[in-house]
Design a protein. Structure first.
Length: 313
């Protein structure tokens, strides 16, 4: 990430942290601050504007991201001279996904859902959704379209589309704005112990909402794809997690644990939640079963599954 992008992304977070810390110190030394109410309203408005602007920019730029990444696979201006079986299989899978996403958008009255491949080579397993109004955008890593892993694509797609259907981007922004406004008020009006209790309560409540939203989207995936499919996806992620170091796992939990429930909890939920899975197979599951699996090559054995340049021979 470039320095300018990092500053743009985290500048509002830094401003909010500095203001709350300064108010808390002032209240501890001099008592309640007379301008706290106005400060809280400004901080809440700033956070809401930043979230609204970020989601609007993400969905607006999704069309261009799709043209630069996704469309170069699905509808290239110039087809590769000697396309490999892996390239053809992944491109076909992406076309199937695009058709399914368009049908979802039409069914739920959405104007457009764009799809794009993450530009970072380390994000090949990404799956993220952002919504703004009647538009949505999906980031889907190449991992989900590779023939050896694409059987996990249906629950991944249904989970992310559930975020768009539920308008989780808007809900998350609303709750975070309210929580941040309450914490800003507490920092300037309450004693240190009461401010700390308020901040912990707000953080815990926001994290609980994030977990609830993720499990609700998991429930949508279970209903559409079945328990076995969703549980198998989380089992694969648990196996991948075991290959990372303990320090990396601890850092990942510290960074994202408040937004995503533990993998084992999600697998247990998929297997035991009181849900009724669909009696019909998911459309993408049926298409995946019909697609031929290209033979494994020597390069596949050396580099995993060779996700980065599947058009090369």
């Amino acid at each position: 990430m470039r320095i300018g992008e990092a500053l743009e992304r985290w500048s509002v977070h830094l401003v909010v942290a500095v203001v709350i810390t300064a108010q808390a110190l002032s209240a501890a030394m001099r008592g309640p601050h007379p301008l706290t109410v106005y400060t809280a309203l400004i901080i809440g408005a700033l956070w809401a504007w930043h979230g609204h602007h970020t989601s609007d920019r993400a969905t607006s730029s999704g069309f261009f991201a799709q043209a630069l990444t996704w469309d170069s696979f699905v509808r290239p201006h110039k087809a590769p001279d000697n396309p490999t079986a892996l390239y053809l299989a992944m491109a076909a899978r992406m076309r199937q996904t695009e058709h399914h996403v368009r049908a979802f958008a039409a069914q739920h009255g959405l104007e457009r859902i764009s799809c794009a491949l993450p530009g970072d080579r380390h994000s090949f397993k990404d799956a993220r959704a952002t919504g703004h109004g009647r538009r949505g955008h999906l980031w889907l890593g190449a991992h989900w379209f590779h023939p050896r892993h694409t059987h996990y694509l249906p629950p991944v797609i249904e989970h992310e589309l559930a975020h768009l259907r539920r308008r989780d981007t808007r809900t998350r922004l609303t709750v975070e704005t309210c929580a941040l406004t309450a914490v800003t008020l507490a920092s300037g009006l309450l004693p240190t112990w009461a401010f700390t209790a308020t901040a912990l309560t707000a953080w815990t409540s926001t994290a609980a909402l994030h977990w609830w939203a993720e499990l609700a989207c998991d429930a949508a995936a279970v209903k559409a794809c079945g328990r076995t499919s969703v549980a198998a996806m989380w089992t694969a992620d648990i196996a991948d997690e075991r290959t990372t170091s303990l320090a990396a796992r601890a850092w990942n939990f510290t960074r994202t644990g408040h937004r995503h429930p533990p993998l084992r909890l999600r697998r247990w939920f998929a297997l035991h939640a009181l849900l009724r899975p669909s009696d019909t197979p998911h459309p993408l599951s049926a298409l995946a079963g019909a697609a031929p699996l290209p033979p494994q090559t020597a390069s596949d054995s050396r580099t995993g599954d060779r996700m980065t340049e599947p058009w090369e021979g």
